[in-house]
Design a binder for this molecule. Structure first.
Ligand code: COA
Length: 245
């Protein structure tokens, strides 16, 4: 199927479809109130040309990639803490006077159109555009797609797992590495969602009677319930770097 590339600066009417696609592709709690999520639409408003969309012949959204420009000196140590910090900085303090890199915060493909190269096409387009205005390329706090099956394995160990043929175990991380990205490290608390225990109990459909670590469907790590009556999901991500093309 031939898809057309556009973005929210050219087609702002796609905004509700972008939100719906991301929402349908993520566990519900990933869009709850958090420092990054409060600013998600601020990213659309401030950086509409960085919100890429692939649409079919009927104008229906098939895939989206969301990002924004960041300052980055090229060293792993100077990367932001993760997705929340990137959004707080870029939305509250505005565009950097000089963009060093583009940070991609989300790539989403409609489940009916997976494994068709659309994610690769979006990543390649972001790298190509970076060559024009962000010389250090593209950095991404990657959410490995199979990690929810292995919530107790530390992310650094999981990211190092290999298939018998030597390729990276996680399919999404593998896509990045095979496109030429390199791993820069783990962002331990990329996105943090802290909510009262009753909200998590409603989501899970069962009581969480005491403090401790609880499995969370779709979570990369367990939910941590504290004595203060709050549960915190602190999502780790794998930082990868794609050079500009
Ligand atoms: C992550 C995502 C964008 C990747 O899109 P995609 O079209 O699956 O990407 P790829 O074509 O590169 O597929 C990656 C691998 O998963 C496999 N795969 C994708 N969809 C699959 C499916 N439905 N069934 C089995 N395997 C599938 C592909 O075959 C590929 O494996 P390979 O490297 O052995 O060929 C997509 O899975 C998605 O939208 N997921 C939900 C949102 C998300 O988690 N985004 C990433 C964090 S921001």
């Amino acid at each position: 199927m031939t898809l057309t590339l556009t973005d929210l600066s050219r087609d702002p009417g796609l905004l509700p479809a972008v939100d719906a696609l991301i929402g349908a592709n993520m566990p519900e709690f990933m869009s709850w109130e958090s420092p990054g999520n409060w600013r998600w639409h601020g990213m659309y408003d401030r950086y509409p040309a960085h919100q890429l969309c692939l649409v079919d012949g009927d104008g229906q959204l098939v895939a989206a990639a969301n990002g924004l420009p960041v300052r980055w000196d090229g060293s792993p140590a100077s990367l932001p803490g993760g997705s929340d910090e990137v959004l707080v900085e870029a939305v509250d303090h505005g565009p950097p006077d000089r963009a060093d890199a583009v940070c991609m915060l989300s790539v989403s493909v409609d489940p009916a159109h997976r494994a068709a190269g659309h994610a690769e096409r979006l990543l390649t387009e972001v790298r190509r555009r970076a060559a024009e205005h962000a010389p250090r390329g593209v950095v991404i706090p990657v959410r490995p797609t199979r990690k929810p099956h292995y919530p107790l394995i530390p992310l650094a160990d999981y990211a190092a797992w290999r298939l018998p043929d030597g390729r990276c175990f996680d399919p999404w991380l593998r896509t990045h590495l095979e496109l030429g990205a390199r791993r820069l490290g783990v962002a331990d608390r990329s996105l943090v969602i802290r909510q009262p225990v009753p909200r998590w109990e409603q989501f899970l459909g069962r009581p969480l009677p005491g403090p401790g670590a609880y499995p969370l469907p779709g979570g990369l790590v367990p939910l941590q319930v504290a004595e203060d009556g709050h549960g915190t999901y602190a999502e780790p991500n794998v930082w990868v770097h794609h050079p500009a093309l």
